[in-house]
Design a protein around this ligand. Sequence first.
Ligand code: PEP
Ligand code: MG
Length: 577
Amino acid sequence: MPFTLTGIAVSRGIAIGRAHLIAPAPIEVRHYLVEPDKTEVEVSRLQAAIEEVRDELVSLRGNLPKDAPEEMAAFLDVHAMFLKDEMIAEAPAELIRLRSYNAEWALTHQLEELVRQFDEIGDAYLCERKADVVQVVDRVLKALAGARPDLPIVSADQDAPMIVVAHDISPADMLKFKDRAFAGFATDLGGKTSHTAIVARSLDIPAAVGLVNASALIRQDDWLIVDGDSGTVIVNPTPIVLDEYRDRQSPHQLQLKKLQRLRFAPTQTLDGVPIALEANIELPEDAPHALESGAVGIGLFRSEFLFMNRKGDLPGEEEQFGAYRSVVESMRGLPVTIRTVDVGADKPLDADMPGNQTSALGLRAIRWSLSDPQMFLTQLRALLRASAFGKVRILLPMLAHSKEIDQTLDLLERARAELDQEGLPYDPNVEVGAMIEIPAAALALPMFLRRLNFLSVGTNDLIQYTLAVDRADGAVAHLYDPLHPAVLNLIARTIHEAKQAGLPVAVCGEMAGDPTMTRLLLGMGLTEFSLHPIQLLAVKQEILHADAARLSKVVDRLLAACEPEELQAELESLRAA
Ligand code: PEP
Ligand code: MG
């Protein structure tokens, strides 16, 4: 039966393929007592669920693809056998009759008992059987919940594009997908600017997040349509719906092709204001794509991605130097802005690493770097050494306090002195800039303007901290509003004050890559955008059709608007200006 799940749109386009489930969510089990005269009804409910799972396993066994591994058949037989065994077919039913437990309670109670017995035996072979029992019970619980149980990992159609379905995917795990072809992804958790969504967007893969229970309701190998424009996922669509979406896929691809024509056009507005479009990257291997897309430099290299998937260590100076140098060399003389490590919140390091902070208000980003000066010095030395091979700019994340800037500049001075002593070359004029992503920073800008060489507005965090809305939490995604008057005013005043002081200022948050925001940012006077290479041409198209002077007048009125209707009206005039 087809059904639709609705979540949050995070990466445009339409993907059609088969579900590949990873780390499905554990099913939530309710415990309650049934009325004494309803126990037989409850027993029947349990037996019907067991029957449903058994039928499913038998059908799957009968339809195994010819090239399926042999163990798959044996594995299905073992599961079907467990379902017939007294320990699952009978014992939970007895618990319902004797103790009036609901079916789920009786089943999990029995499972706990079985797991305890397996653990006591402590035999390796039996340990594997324990995992089988757990999986079988999980399937029955899902059947009781009305969800179809997920099937073992065996693809019925090896050629179909793969769509990843998960409860959640960490940015570190997303990275692992970078070199594997997959067509889309859908997760239970997440928000529009969570880092997982950002990586999906940078890969130009249609994605929907915040789907709540997709990983419980979708089965392995189900056919899926991920509509990344609306944030919906259609499960097992009918042939008519499939055809309709296939038709919709083509114009999107055609549009992307058409945009290629703009690659070599100079980026300027209709009234002749030159605009710099730079690239956001996560890994050194992204740099060549940035160059191909026509970016005039790297505006944000999120160096923290080098610190992920490390299995217990952090990259040393040589490794970091190699990575930074390779980006600098790939960019052939164009400026490369490398941000020092910004870990924490929804970008944790591996579980057992120091600094594995999950709080957005905790010891993250520059705070984490400064908490271990020797480690920070290692990164600063590597950055300086890379500057001998091209134009490097150092960007500092999450600054709010003058002492954070001072401490960092002191460490940088120390790194320079050490390199001088060792005779290692570096560019003595490396510029140092600040991410403006905490409202305190935007409101105390002179402190930054005096000490640093450039600014880059991180709208993703600026919105999160201004509105007190967790950017990775789907439950509050409706409140994550880039157009909130407070957010707009903070961005506009940062651009204005920086320009007045003669300091370069860019926007590198996701707003810079959203073509629906381009006119607004141009109207605020922004001339430097840093965005994913994949978004560059769509934003460029907007710029080529915009008149910056006219937009500026509308934006002045828009910034004075506080009521939603007023703001809406000005946004409409922005589109027409
Ligand atoms: C931002 O906060 O806008 C930003 C660019 O940094 P990140 O998304 O990596 O937090
Ligand atoms: Mg940030």
